[in-house]
Design a protein around this ligand. Structure first.
Ligand SMILES: Nc1ncnc2c1ncn2[C@@H]1O[C@H](COP(=O)(O)OP(=O)(O)OP(=O)(O)O)[C@@H](O)[C@H]1O
Ligand SMILES: [Mg+2]
Length: 364
């Protein structure tokens, strides 16, 4: 089921007496989430991700705007009638109930024609437990399971009524690194198997990149960019998005456009025919550096960190903003350091230029 957000805005009163303005947690969201896709809602802490999710499920009422599920306006429909499954960071399982009872819980309160027999409920519980691969654990209590298993119970419970929409708010952040990786692959599999339109909230860009069909990047309540993970990585619309996606972070230099060329200090980095002279940020992805003894960008060499297949070359440059440049190169390549200096040429499609004034990207 597709989800349509129309000029969706949520304001909270600011309790700080010195500040009059409201907090705008979600600011004019106006886009469509396509049917059957997994959307990663990504942004730093406090940018409004949970608020956006709570608006979609109905736990928060919008200050302005509308929400549609398919063709139905659900803006004024209470959460329990919207047909959404919800999973939170802290699994929120009932500790005194068994896994079976926890998963079955949403079915117990069904009334009238929706009411299910004991056998029907059991069949559904087993089906959901199979989907998240915990059918052997149905008789345990939550505290007798690992965090990852508990989170699967929470997912099974959210799926038991086969919701049209599944909403997950940082569901993996309580898990350790390995379990997190495993559970996110599981989640992707479950989403593909069920085809349920899913919104997945995270502040972890790698997590969002790896499982989302579409990423929505937000900052201070405002949508920055929406698109396929690779497209956003390659073609960020502004400096914030460029810096938020990718590890190590994109390398940002002070630069300028002069006489139709992009420069860092006095080094010409690329041609920019027809572009007006202006101050810019020149941002280079770590994998955009090529070791080249004739390269135009001369840096002070600091050291190299071998990470198996790749090596991180760490360097300094007077035009660089931040501490150190991090260039990722294949480990077998020799770092040609001469008098403490190292030279790089740059892969043009890994270099992005942003206006210093607006921080918007300048298409070159
Ligand atoms: N009930 C509320 N009353 C007032 N302000 C609120 C309320 N809920 C959220 N906010 C504010 O709205 C903004 C967005 O909060 P939200 O919880 O949606 O962020 P988030 O992106 O989910 O952050 P995190 O990654 O830390 O969970 C924050 O500035 C927060 O302080
Ligand atoms: Mg949150």
């Amino acid at each position: 089921m597709k989800i349509v957000l129309q000029h969706l805005t949520k304001r909270f009163p600011n309790r700080n007496k010195k500040i009059k303005e409201d907090v705008i947690a979600v600011n004019d969201f106006d886009f469509e989430i396509p049917d059957g896709k997994l959307i990663g809602l990504l942004g730093p802490s406090g940018c409004g991700k949970s608020t956006a999710l709570n608006l979609i499920c109905g736990l928060e009422k919008p200050s302005e705007g509308k929400i549609f599920f398919g063709e139905n306006d659900v803006t004024d429909i209470p959460p329990e009638k919207r047909g959404v499954g919800l999973v939170f960071q802290n699994y929120a399982l009932y500790p005194h109930l068994s896994v079976r009872e926890n998963i079955r819980f949403p079915l117990e309160n069904l009334k009238g024609k929706d009411k299910l027999s004991k056998e029907e409920m059991e069949a559904k519980v087993v089906e959901a437990a199979k989907l998240v691969q915990i059918e052997e654990l149905l008789d345990r209590k939550p505290n007798e399971m690992s965090g990852g298993q508990q989170q699967r119970v929470a997912i099974a419970r959210a799926l038991i009524k086969m919701p049209g929409v599944l909403l997950l708010d940082e569901p993996l952040s309580n898990l350790d690194a390995r379990l997190r990786l495993q559970t996110r692959e599981e989640l992707k599999r479950i989403q593909l198997e069920t085809g349920i339109t899913t919104v997945f909230v995270t502040h972890d860009q790698e997590e969002a990149m790896s499982i989302s069909d579409i990423i929505v990047v937000m900052k201070d309540g405002v949508l920055q960019q929406m698109g396929k993970p690779q497209d956003i990585y390659d073609e960020p619309v502004n400096l914030f998005v460029a810096k938020f996606l990718g590890t190590p972070q994109i390398n940002v230099f002070n630069g300028k456009i002069k006489d139709g060329r992009v420069l860092i200090k006095d080094s010409v980095i690329m041609e920019a025919p027809g572009k007006l002279d202006t101050d810019v940020y020149v941002a280079v992805r770590p994998e955009g550096f090529i070791l080249d003894k004739d390269g135009k960008l001369e840096c002070r060499y600091i050291n190299r960190e071998v990470m198996g297949r790749d090596t991180s070359v760490i360097a300094e440059h007077d035009g660089f903003i931040g501490e150190h440049i991090r260039a990722i190169i294949p480990s077998e390549e020799k770092t040609n350091v001469k008098d403490g200096k190292i030279r790089f040429s740059l892969k043009q499609f890994k270099v992005r230029v942003f206006s210093k004034e607006t921080e918007e990207r300048i298409d070159i």
